[in-house]
Design a protein around this ligand. Structure first.
Ligand code: GTP
Ligand code: MG
Length: 147
């Protein structure tokens, strides 16, 4: 999910909505990533919460707005094998993370951010191409009228 913002950081805000089973460690991942902290106590997330962190990806500053919730009724726990298969099918990397030990947390968020930026850039390039086609076809129509 994407959202543009226009503050002085010339940033783009990227929004991740967390919808996985309750108690699997979503908030802990977010706390580790945004505040570099971990708490062993469990307080379930009520409603939604979000945190902001700015990262630098390939020299580009990106402001991430990360949303955390637990209220997706369709969510379920996924076995590692299934997750691996899904990742292979989708051509994406699977990260096994630990908020407690701070394992793979940065890498996972950075990887998702890179993917989102890539998709966004491709989409912007496609839109530009399409508007060029429209401009060209309009100008060729005008020429015909003149002759
Ligand atoms: N050992 C260990 N415990 C963890 C880790 N991540 C989270 N926990 C613990 O797991 C419990 C649940 O973590 P939360 O981050 O609150 O889980 P959640 O998915 O946000 O839970 P809901 O908001 O109820 O959906 C807490 O007691 C955490 O301390 C981890 O990497 N290692
Ligand atoms: Mg939570």
């Amino acid at each position: 999910m994407l959202k543009c913002c226009t503050d002085s950081l010339r940033c783009e805000a990227v929004m991740f909505l967390f919808c996985f089973s309750t108690g699997v460690g979503k908030s802990s991942l977010l706390l580790r990533f945004a505040d570099n902290t971990f708490s062993g106590s469990y307080i379930t997330t009520i409603g939604v919460d979000f945190k902001i962190r700015t990262v630098e990806i390939n020299g580009e500053k990106v402001k991430l707005q990360i949303w955390d919730t637990n209220d997706d009724p369709a969510s379920k726990v996924v076995e590692t094998n299934d997750a691996q298969k899904f990742a292979e099918q989708m051509g994406i990397r699977l990260f096994e993370t630990s908020a407690k030990e701070n394992v793979n947390v940065e890498d996972m968020f950075n990887c998702i951010t890179e993917l989102v930026l890539k998709v966004r850039k491709e989409s912007v390039a496609k839109q530009q191409q399409q508007s060029e086609v429209v401009k060209l076809s309009k100008s060729s129509k005008r020429k015909k009228k003149c002759c």
